[in-house]
Design a protein around this ligand. Structure first.
Ligand SMILES: Cc1cc2nc3c(=O)[nH]c(=O)nc-3n(C[C@H](O)[C@H](O)[C@H](O)COP(=O)(O)O)c2cc1C
Length: 184
């Protein structure tokens, strides 16, 4: 199963990216991961969304089309989804209700240094993906609080509870995604 990752933060030392890397490390055999890059995407502009799209947009669309399933890992910015992540989803969301996101099984994980674990961004992201007909894995909400305490200096996940939860969730998610037909 090919899982495409969307990371909600652009910064080099992003906890979201570290969590995505840890998810990949704990995923069951038979999964492989690639990731999107929101950095080069222009702001969504319908005038640019014609037959010939900006190169970074076409790359994103090709990546989503090729993936069996999606993993979103995001922080919360001002009670909501970071702009670059929303922008990437907007680009991948056309044509409405028939986009490459439609029927692509997705897992959403949020994190924050706060005790709330980015739950508001998580909730918003699930709502936004509802608008693209992206089915969301409906396990217990995966929000990681106090994320700054979960990694060592080298960026490896050290928190055993989060590790165990990642392992179990990736197992359940991939089983569910396969049952939905999200595999090739
Ligand atoms: C612009 C900005 C806004 C933020 N707003 C919130 C917020 O509303 N709620 C929250 O829990 N954390 C907020 N934070 C903290 C981030 O969610 C937290 O630092 C997160 O771990 C950063 O993720 P990253 O390491 O992947 O960049 C904000 C951080 C920034 C830079």
């Amino acid at each position: 199963m090919h899982i495409l990752t969307f990371v909600g933060s652009l910064r080099a030392e992003s906890f979201s990216r570290k969590l995505a890397v840890a998810a990949e490390a704990t995923a069951p055999d038979g999964t492989r991961f690639t990731s999107t890059d929101a950095r080069d995407l222009p702001h969504y502009d319908q005038d640019l969304d014609g037959d010939e799209k900006p190169a970074a947009v076409q790359t994103l669309l090709d990546q989503v089309t090729a993936a069996d399933a999606l993993l979103f890992v995001t922080p919360e910015f001002n009670y909501g989804i970071p702009g670059p992540l929303k922008n990437a989803i907007d680009w991948a969301s056309r044509p409405a209700y028939r986009s490459p996101l439609k029927n692509k099984p997705a897992l959403v994980i949020s994190q924050s240094i706060a005790p709330t674990g980015g739950v508001r961004a998580h909730t918003q992201l699930v709502a936004v993906l509802g608008g693209t007909l992206t089915p969301i894995f409906n396990g217990p909400a995966f929000n990681v609080p106090a994320i700054h305490e979960k990694f060592d200096e080298a960026g490896a996940l050290t928190d055993e509870l989060v590790k165990a939860r990642l392992t179990r969730t990736l197992e359940d998610f991939t089983t569910w995604a396969r049952a939905l037909g999200g595999d090739s």
